[in-house]
Write a protein that binds this ligand. Structure first.
Ligand SMILES: N=c1c2ncn([C@@H]3O[C@H](COP(=O)(O)OP(=O)(O)OP(=O)(O)O)[C@@H](O)[C@H]3O)c2ncn1[C@@H]1O[C@H](COP(=O)(O)O)[C@@H](O)[C@H]1O
Length: 104
């Protein structure tokens, strides 16, 4: 397993932004972003991966929880990029909530 940290979220998000600008017929992200169903296809994938994550938890299958959660987060990154929401905005929102809610 390669070493990894949460900076991978930014790296994948940047690739998705790049796919928005540069069409590549071999790219899964481009297929999603340009699907005939439009935004509904991305919403379907987020819904599908959410349900698969729920089932993995119900089955108490740790490996599947990791795998399905990764699918969900990846498709959520596509959804955010497609709607021009940046990861900085998400970080700012979570950080503001944390500052407001933190207890000593
Ligand atoms: N992290 C991912 C990632 N996770 C999952 N997937 C793809 O998501 C797809 C959907 O997964 P499913 O389990 O639902 O499979 P499926 O039933 O065949 O999917 P559908 O027929 O419903 O589309 C699969 O084809 C996976 O390959 C991903 N595709 C891309 N990435 C990242 O996005 C980057 C850009 O990818 P490309 O645009 O393909 O170059 C890659 O370098 C990766 O970092």
């Amino acid at each position: 397993m390669p070493e990894a940290d949460l900076s991978i979220l930014n790296r994948v998000y940047e690739i998705i932004l790049n796919r928005k600008e540069n069409y590549d017929e071999n790219s899964y992200v481009c297929k999603l972003l340009n699907h005939r169903k439009g935004m509904n296809k991305i919403l379907e994938k987020v819904g599908e991966e959410s349900i698969e994550t729920i089932l993995a938890v119900r089955n108490e299958d740790h490996k599947e929880i990791v795998s399905e959660s990764s699918d969900l987060i990846f498709h959520l990154l596509v959804l955010l990029a497609a709607n021009n929401v940046t990861l900085d905005e998400i970080a700012a929102e979570l950080s503001a909530r944390h500052e407001k809610m933190k207890r000593d």
